[in-house]
Design a protein around this ligand. Structure first.
Ligand SMILES: [Zn+2]
Length: 257
């Protein structure tokens, strides 16, 4: 096995283990519970998971997606989050030049997965995650790309655009269309990835959000009133911006006069 292949294998293994922890964060943070203790239990019968029930992806498959004791179904969200974390860790290690940027991106991937999961289920983006995220993103920019100036502009631009949209919508409709959580989340994405990635993220999130929104509307046959969690689309857009943002910007720039 070559060193490069070994690094990717380690990334996959490490990603799956971290993904298992992210499941705990997604479940417990919105409930205000500690993410370190107590150990994981079955929500139905209270069976305390042993180490061999906690092996990422494999335990879920071997147990057929059921609790070992009471056989209650365990959500497929668990192995999916573990698998996606493993895949994204492999992509980060594969596609990122060696250096502190690798760790910044691994951390951002974790934060985005957690925000995606929590926003999808609860329609909230907790300050306890987005605000420290902004600080850590800016700190990383002191030692890694995109550099502190780009990151600072990204933070202000990301927060500023969505704040302006939220304020404008409120003045127009007198109701809240976009939450402040989205504002802080895009500011955090700007802190990690810089201002160009903010624009790429916003464009991709808006396009994917619109497509899914139209499909959902068609499926619901005319019921226009439902909330799409924009944070989930921001998370998808940011992951895409991280990996293909630069080529996308270069491709688009060739059409500019
Ligand atoms: Zn059980």
């Amino acid at each position: 096995m070559t060193p490069a292949l070994l690094a990717l294998a380690v990334a996959a293994l490490f990603g799956a283990i971290i993904g298992s922890f992210l499941n705990v964060v997604i479940y417990r943070v919105p409930l205000g519970q500690s993410i370190v203790s107590p150990p994981s239990r079955c929500r139905k019968c209270g069976y305390q998971l042993k180490w061999y029930d906690n092996i990422p992806i494999l335990s879920w498959l071997l147990l057929g997606g059921r609790c070992r004791q009471c056989k209650t179904g365990v959500s497929i969200q668990y192995p999916i989050v573990e698998l996606i974390t493993a895949i994204l860790f492999v992509l980060v290690v594969w596609l990122t030049p060696p250096g502190p940027l690798v760790f910044a991106r691994l951390l951002l991937v974790c934060i985005l997965i957690v925000l995606f999961g929590i926003d999808l289920e609860h329609q909230i983006l907790p300050n306890a995650i987005t605000l420290p995220g902004i600080v850590v993103g800016l700190l990383f920019s002191l030692i890694a790309p995109p550099g502190w100036k780009d990151a600072l502009i990204g933070t202000l631009l990301g927060g500023g655009i969505l704040y302006a949209i939220a304020a404008g919508y409120y003045l127009w409709r007198r109701e809240e269309g976009m939450g402040m959580g989205d504002v802080k989340m895009l500011a955090m994405i700007g802190a990690f990835l810089g201002w160009k990635a903010v624009i790429v993220t916003l464009v991709l999130a808006s396009i994917s959000g619109s497509i899914i929104g139209v499909l959902l509307m068609a499926a619901q046959k005319g019921d226009m009133k439902f909330a799409l969690p924009f944070g989930t689309f921001l998370a998808l857009g940011a992951v895409a911006a991280m990996f293909v943002g630069d080529p996308l910007v270069a491709w688009y720039a060739q059409f500019l006069p």
